[in-house]
Design a binder for this molecule. Sequence first.
Ligand SMILES: [Fe+2]
Ligand SMILES: [Fe+2]
Length: 192
Amino acid sequence: MSAVDELKAEHALIRTMMGVFSRMCDLMESGEAVDTEHLDQMLDFIVVFVDKCHHRKEEEVFFPRVVALGLREPAVIDAFVYQHDLFKEYISELRADVREKGKGGDWPRHRFIEVARDYISQLTEHSEAEENELFAIAGPSISADENDNLADEFERLEREEVGAGEHEMYRELASRLTGMFPPRGARDVKET
Ligand SMILES: [Fe+2]
Ligand SMILES: [Fe+2]
């Protein structure tokens, strides 16, 4: 799989999980309970797979290559990195609320749902913009050798950030949570 295709496949998994997260929000909004354990699993996916793994691959490997090849101006890339930083702020708010929920008392459910929905829509738009503005140009412009180098770098980061085999664990988690909280128009995650 080419490096760009690998990022695209990760986007597909991330969007599936955002569909699951959205479904969790719908249930909580209509007064149904969602286990803290499942919200923790969702946040773990967001922290490790999305933030530590996917965003680092983009920031440390893919984006610099796009700039080095002259495919995009640095300002365009800076805007995407800035959004990654904003996502970290959403994550700390979401984590703090789930920690409160875990204590068993009152927790700011409505605020959590509002922040989660905002995060879901911003991250979805962000990934679509990357595909349209970066992947579409980089895909055909990166040579086979270059692709191999990028893929090696991705593999190294993955080993460092999530550990060998963990990627597959997140894929299985997505499959399990999709079964429990089917997103509207969900596709089988195995397709990705
Ligand atoms: Fe990104
Ligand atoms: Fe991305």
